[in-house]
Ligand binder design. Structure first.
Ligand code: RP5
Length: 167
């Protein structure tokens, strides 16, 4: 079964943001491997990583990059695994450049793009993909949603208490 997530970062400078992705995957008990690999500085390695990923038991690739962020796209071009792109906020355009580079893929080569610095959502989306073949993981994701619902209900009660205090 392809049950692991491959996380690829364009630079170690992306790691502070991508820690949230790793933390979330670990919380769901998902096995991952993390690599630094750049579409521009190490293009051959990027292509090899993507080509070998399915064979190595990965089910999803999460690729994070800033600036002219071609990494998720080149990985997607070289694999049939789903690729989730995380645009990283850096440089003069603060992540808008990376967002557009990742989301505006040409027809036929998709990258599922999360928000700028959306590392946690990338992990949850990857877990949801793996959960299609993993009932334990699917139950954990359901628990996660239930906890979020409960947290909103608690906030509603807190708001009502604050509103009562106003009168
Ligand atoms: C991108 O360029 C990386 O993903 C990173 O977000 C950005 C800057 O890289 P460094 O110059 O910090 O290595 O390729």
């Amino acid at each position: 079964m392809r049950s692991k997530v491959l996380i690829v970062m364009g630079s170690d400078s992306d790691f502070p943001i991508m820690k949230a992705c790793i933390h979330t995957l670990v919380g769901f008990g998902v096995t991952y491997e993390a690599k630094i690999c750049s579409a521009h500085r190490t293009p051959d390695q990027a292509i090899q990583l993507a080509r070998g990923a399915a064979e190595q038991g990965f089910g999803v690739i999460i690729a994070a990059a800033g600036l002219a962020a071609h990494l998720p796209g080149i990985l997607s071009a070289c694999t049939t695994l789903p690729v989730i792109g995380v645009p990283i906020k850096t440089g003069a355009l603060a992540g808008i450049d990376a967002l557009y580079s990742i989301v505006q893929m040409p027809s036929g080569i998709p990258v599922a793009t999360v928000a700028i610095d959306g590392a946690e959502n990338a992990a949850i989306l990857a877990a949801e993909i793996l959960a299609l073949q993993d009932e334990r993981l699917a139950r954990m994701l359901l628990d996660h949603k239930t906890k979020m619902t409960e947290s909103v209900q608690t906030r509603q009660k807190n708001l009502e208490a604050k509103l009562n205090d106003l009168h």
